[in-house]
Design a binder for this molecule. Structure first.
Ligand SMILES: Cc1ncc(COP(=O)(O)O)c(C=O)c1O
Length: 386
């Protein structure tokens, strides 16, 4: 049928030559995805059975990213979400129900705490905070209504490294689901599934994206029932992820190993330098004895990453600490971490039950600048306030 030029714009017969082979994964965009026959029409999300039914559930680009993350983490299934916080929300909304009880470490990422307090409470779910170093004693906190034990290791800002094996074992014995925020380990420095975790998540925004220009999350599991429950909830919540962002994450994966190696070395060097300064009372870096749960890190982790915190001496006024941070030139002040640029962030009013004090904590994220320049930047800032 000869077409009007207006229709040709939309139903073009022109095609590019075949045979192009590239090293890069193509970026497949698409909301509508086509069925070959009206008889095949379905609105199911499960790519295991229906492959492609709607762009929201995934395109080859997002499925490739998901498959790569699942493979790296030793999981069987992976969902990509629009961000790390979306991954957290997906897990809570899948496993927590009205009348239920969830256990959350006191050191949990702030917006994860806020979700429990401001959203789950409205849905009739009770949140109880536990000491992140509780280990096997978590069993004393389990109730008949406990539906989920959340873990995050190391904890946000205060960096407590949890005994995930002991917590998962107690949970399994009681038939309770465990979920782990495994972002610090980039899904590779800590083996969540060997430790017995049921569901793991990462903010791919951090080390996988790696360049502070993409927001994505992942949720992984080995369990087919959990996969079905998570997939249903994800469809209902409309949590699609941009294929363009997925393509950036796939690119990021290729350099993850070299970035993590360098970040570990530079971070250890900066942390060692900071530890020597008289203004610093305590270093919270998983690879140092002074970090709560350091023994768990030594036993369970294959390395350390790019964030750590310092507690300033109580004699240091907060306005002086603020001046110190403002003096820094290479370290920028901003949220998030895992990129190539060094960051610093004060955390003065942490909502934590820390024993009887409210220390002035600052978190550092070390980037890929030359480590000598980073230390020189710190030296200049400390000199300026002394
Ligand atoms: C430990 C942890 N989990 C989850 C998130 C949330 O990730 P996103 O920023 O992609 O929502 C963050 C972000 O800072 C985080 O630090």
């Amino acid at each position: 049928m000869p077409l009007d030029w207006r229709s040709k714009l939309i139903h073009s017969q022109a095609t590019a030559p075949e045979g192009f082979r590239s090293l890069a994964t193509p970026t497949y965009r698409g909301s509508t995805t086509l069925f070959t026959s009206a008889a095949d029409v379905t609105d199911h999300w499960d790519q295991e059975h229906v492959r492609y039914s709607y762009g929201l559930y995934g395109t080859p680009t997002s499925f490739e990213l998901a498959a790569r993350i699942a493979d790296l983490e030793g999981a069987h299934y992976c969902f990509i979400t629009p961000g790390g916080q979306a991954a957290i929300a997906l897990i809570y909304l899948t496993f927590a129900r009205a009348g239920g009880h969830v256990l959350v470490p006191d050191s949990v990422y702030g917006p994860s705490r806020a979700l429990a307090e401001r959203l789950l409470s409205r849905l009739g779910v009770e949140t109880e905070y536990y000491d992140p170093l509780v280990g096997a004693d978590i069993r004393h906190l389990l109730r008949p209504t406990t539906q989920l034990i959340w873990c995050e290791s190391p904890g946000s800002v205060t960096m407590e490294v949890q005994d995930i094996g002991a917590i998962s074992k107690a949970a399994r014995q009681a038939g309770v689901v465990t979920a782990l925020d495994n972002t610090y380990a980039a899904g590779v420095l800590f083996d969540a599934f060997s430790a017995g975790v049921d569901v793991a998540m990462q903010a791919l925004t951090k080390y996988i994206g790696g360049h502070s220009d993409v927001l994505l999350g992942s949720v992984t599991t080995r369990d087919h029932g959990h996969y079905q429950a998570l997939g249903d909830a994800r469809q209902l919540l409309g949590m699609g992820a941009s294929p363009d962002d997925c393509s950036l994450a796939i690119r990021g994966l290729q350099t993850l190993a070299v970035r993590l190696d360098q970040l570990e070395r530079s971070t250890l060097a900066v942390a060692r330098w900071l530890e020597q300064q008289p203004e610093i009372a305590r270093l919270r870096h998983p690879a140092f004895d002074s970090c709560p749960g350091h023994g768990n890190w030594k036993r369970d982790f294959a390395g350390s990453a790019s964030i750590f915190s310092v507690e300033f001496a109580p004699s240091m006024p907060r306005d002086v600490i603020v001046r110190l941070l403002d003096e820094l030139k290479l370290f920028k002040i901003g949220y998030s971490w895992g990129g190539v640029i060094s960051l610093v962030m004060p955390h003065f009013n942490l909502r934590r039950r820390l024993p009887n004090h409210d220390p002035s904590i600052v978190r550092f994220n070390i980037g890929l600048e030359a480590v000598g320049d980073l230390i020189a930047d710190l030296e200049a800032a400390f000199s300026a306030i002394r």
